[in-house]
Design a protein around this ligand. Structure first.
Ligand code: SF4
Ligand code: SF4
Length: 103
């Protein structure tokens, strides 16, 4: 597959593959710049277990919530624009270039 920009220049998408939940601070910046719904904030308990997606402002998972992290839950939607990586203050994302992924 050959990817190009509008002017015909070569473009290699860099897909978001993973977020290190131990480093992520759940700031939400990546979510705000992503137009594709690739990742969502999830709650984490004291033991580090993922409790589920945070879909309400006062969702504390019955008191179990310790912190929030961003989870890549729809990786297949990513178009590899790289915007999420540019705004992340913790450099906790892993991106994979399209030409490094086996067809
Ligand atoms: S690379 Fe672009 S499309 Fe993919 S998750 Fe990041 S912001 Fe969304
Ligand atoms: S921008 Fe980085 S630190 Fe902030 S929620 Fe996204 S992955 Fe986590």
């Amino acid at each position: 597959m050959k990817s190009i920009t509008r002017d015909g220049s070569k473009w290699v998408p860099e897909y978001l593959a993973a977020i290190d939940e131990k480093i992520c601070i759940g700031c939400g910046r990546c979510f705000k710049v992503c137009s594709r719904g690739v990742m969502h904030l999830h709650g984490v308990d004291d033991a580090g277990e993922i409790l589920g997606i945070c879909d309400g402002e006062d969702d504390d998972f019955d008191g179990e919530l310790n912190r929030m992290v961003m989870v890549v839950d729809h990786a297949g939607r990513c178009i590899g624009c790289g915007a999420c990586g540019r705004v992340c203050p913790k450099n906790c994302q892993t991106h994979v270039a399209a030409d490094q992924i086996a067809a």
